[in-house]
Ligand binder design. Structure first.
Ligand code: NOJ
Length: 739
């Protein structure tokens, strides 16, 4: 039953990669320009520098002065400038004072917003709302463009099953399918239909590849995985973003299959360019070219430059190795100038595509400042912040709050603008942020809300607990903000423990002992271990770091003006010992069929369940949804045919709410071991109380493909099971088969 119905990825992509693409106008313009450029000017285009005012994200200490590099034509791109006037000044210097007047490509990490800050990306992904994701990226791009920024280092396409890795905050969680859909929506939002538009910017897919799987969750650590795991689980996300048209890719810091990615031709040339058909340019990550020395694969900077160059890295982010070494490598005959041309051409083409040569000042700079924080932008940030919030538990319907209740808002994040923003904050101005306290006061009135800090994120406050307890006693309900600060989210923020700090646990226990209902508002950039917390609190609402409109979004949810609709894009473990933890794990030869079983000699822990505390896809609302069995319109699929499914969903509660209908597939018998189930489609539907709808969904044939034992990418004929429901534990099912 195995060998029919195959689709070969290479064949699918032959049109993209095998044949030489026709010469475009931008190719011609780039070639004409290349003919005028000296060797050092070409190498200059391959060099990216950081401005002295820009963010420093690595241990680099030496830098060229920006002005000097720009005038000499020794840099093609600058990253990290936050001042539009400075961008304009440097662009003038490039255009007016360098020999050929080639404009600079200004880049910045616009990760979850520019001025108007949206939730951290893990929160955004919990919305499962692709239209809202595209809108967020469009707004972020437009605000960034108004600063003169033409290039964002986003989306991060690294899936991750280990929340010890701090960068889970920048991604879309553990699942390939959901992450891929979000990544492509972001690329569309950033780049729009026309890159030369003054409100769209170039997107950079990162971190290619598998950066989200560092051993033991420690940032920058080695990555060791099978090629089949890579191709099935990791690669499709980068591919989706590239297929959506992303113009650039960032190579990752890690090694892969024992070769650092920055020097890995198999990944950067064979997989990225030949198989995926990527035609844009690759920028290294920060200082990663020189880091080839620390990896132990390059003897010195010249060697590092040569390895990265050979692997196809077009632009060196700030290490300076290209600038220092490529010229002499050409002069000594190690590389040919034609090879340099081949790597410079895509950089020039990107600048032409952006319209920078036609008008280097096309973005408007200072003149567009008024576009920041527009009413529409703030409304979009509020909507996405509330859609990102995930209600994990809600005992006895403690939420929404009852009108007139006296609210005690307690905890280190109750009234803190800065902490709402999260990591990677673009051009954020924390002062523009609406805190939880402000949001609740606006909604319920000041007299109804009182506040106490209780403790700092990681330390006790003298008298803090006593003050909080006294306030709780005078109130009807406690909203307790717990979690981890900005600084413990993002790059270089790995943690070995996912427990809340002891001072926060102490505060929670004391408040629980008052007998007042406690609702935890969890501020975090990663899943945490909440076994005790979820037992003590009446409800847990994950707010993530919600961004500029934190307060109003929170008020929308806790008041019941909107029912929560966020669904986890990553499970919450019971213990760090379970990590990495994925809902779409393999069966094994000794699977634990009954989660409650204590049998020996099956694949399980003796001291903790195999299951997460809260699983992928989970999230409550203020109503109940009931599913009927899914119906498959075409239960016997021919090769290449999409699966058509309908499922009836009914809102049996008393409020309008949004449900995310999720479809999972299990491939019953294959030539290789396969996940127990995988998400293959989802759809958000909003239903009034008592409303029932038939939701029609499609599973694309290409999404059933995987790496077969032969190494081919395809679908093997045989039996499959479809599961439909509310989260990854859905039990309603229907069989189908592929002929
Ligand atoms: C290092 C990070 O890994 C990457 O994501 C970021 O874009 C660059 N620094 C530039 O800031």
């Amino acid at each position: 039953m195995r060998l029919r119905g195959k689709i070969c990825l290479a064949a699918l992509l032959a049109g993209l990669c095998g044949c030489a693409s026709p010469m475009t106008e931008n190719d011609r313009r780039a070639n004409a320009l290349l003919r005028q450029m000296t060797l050092s000017e070409k190498i200059g285009q391959m060099n990216q520098i950081a401005s002295s005012t820009g963010a420093i994200t690595g241990p680099m200490s030496e830098r060229l002065s920006c002005d000097e590099a720009v005038k000499k034509g020794w840099c093609g791109s600058i990253l990290g400038i936050k001042d539009p006037a400075e961008i304009e000044r440097l662009q003038h210097l490039a255009v007016d004072s360098s020999r050929l007047g080639i404009p600079i490509l200004f880049g910045h990490d616009i990760i979850h917003g520019c001025r108007t800050i949206f939730p951290e990306n893990i929160g955004i992904s919990c919305s499962w709302d692709l239209d809202a994701v595209e809108r967020f990226a469009r707004i972020a791009a437009s605000e960034a463009a108004a600063f003169g920024v033409a290039w964002t280092f986003s989306p991060m396409c690294d899936i991750c099953a280990d929340p010890r890795w701090g960068r889970v905050s920048e991604g879309s969680g553990e699942d390939t399918f959901l992450s891929a859909r979000i990544a492509e929506s972001m690329v569309r939002g950033y780049q729009g239909d026309e890159l030369a538009d003054s409100s769209t910017i170039l997107s950079c897919v990162k971190h290619f590849a598998a950066y989200g799987a560092p051993e033991a969750g420690r940032d920058y650590n080695t990555v060791d995985m099978s090629w089949s795991m890579f191709k099935d689980k990791y690669l499709p996300v980068y591919k989706a973003a590239i297929d959506a048209g992303a113009g650039t890719v960032m190579s990752s810091f890690n090694d892969f299959d024992a070769v650092p990615v920055t020097a890995n031709s198999r990944l950067l040339r064979s997989v990225l360019r030949d198989t995926l058909g990527f035609g844009g340019f690759v920028v290294s990550d920060w200082g990663a070219v020189r880091e080839l020395i620390a990896h132990g694969v390059a003897a010195d900077e010249r060697d590092a430059a040569l390895l990265a160059f050979r692997a196809g890295v077009n632009m060196d982010m700030v290490s300076g190795c290209y600038l220092k070494s490529l010229e002499s490598l050409v002069e000594s005959g190690v590389i040919r100038e034609k090879e340099i041309d081949d790597l410079v051409r895509p950089i020039l083409k990107a600048k032409f595509a952006l319209g920078l040569f036609d008008n280097p000042f096309r973005y408007g700079g200072e003149a567009r400042r008024h576009e920041m924080y527009s009413g529409d932008n703030m409304q979009a940030a509020r909507e996405l912040a509330r859609e990102s919030m995930v209600l994990l538990t809600n005992n006895n319907g403690v939420l929404p709050l009852r009108e007139g209740a006296r609210i005690a808002l307690i905890g280190p994040y109750a009234d803190d603008r800065n902490e709402m923003i999260g990591a990677w904050r673009g051009m954020a101005e924390p002062d523009s942020c609406r805190t939880f306290l402000e949001g609740l006061c606006d909604r319920f009135g000041q007299s109804q809300v009182s506040v106490a800090r209780g403790c700092d994120p990681r330390t006790d406050l003298p008298g803090g607990v006593a003050e909080a307890v006294a306030l709780a006693r005078r109130s009807d309900i406690v909203l307790l903000t717990l979690g981890l600060p900005n600084a413990e989210s993002g790059e270089a923020s790995s943690l070995s423990s996912l427990a809340l700090p002891p001072c926060q646990k102490k505060l929670l226990r004391a408040l629980h002992d008052t007998g007042k209902p406690v609702v935890i508002l969890l501020v975090t950039g990663r899943p945490l271990e909440l076994v005790e917390e979820s037992a003590l609190a009446q409800a847990v609402l994950v707010t993530w770091h919600p961004g500029t409109m934190a307060g109003p979004a929170l008020a929308d949810i806790v008041s019941g003006d909107c029912s929560p609709s966020g669904r986890l894009s990553m499970g919450f473990p019971r213990s760090e010992g379970q990590l990495p933890l994925r809902y779409n794990h393999k069966s094994t030869g000794r699977p634990l069929r009954d989660p409650a079983s204590t049998a020996k000699y099956v694949s399980r822990y003796m001291d903790v369940s195999n299951e997460p505390l809260f699983c992928f896809g989970h999230g409550l609302s203020y109503t109940e949804f009931v599913y009927d069995n899914p119906v498959i319109e075409n239960p016997v699929l021919s090769p290449g045919e999409d699966l058509r499914v309908s499922v009836r969903v009914s809102n049996t509660g008393t409020r309008e709410a949004t449900e995310t209908v999720q479809l999972y597939v299990r491939d019953v018998l294959s030539s290789v071991t396969r996940p127990v189930r995988e998400l293959k489609a989802f759809s958000r539907v909003t239903l009034r109380a008592d409303q029932s709808v038939e939701v029609k969904m499609t599973i694309r044939y290409e999404d059933l493909c995987f790496t077969e034992a032969s190494g081919r990418w395809g679908v093997e004929a045989g039996d499959f099971i479809l599961y439909a429901g509310h989260d990854c534990s859905a039990t309603l099912s229907a069989p189908f088969s592929v002929r």
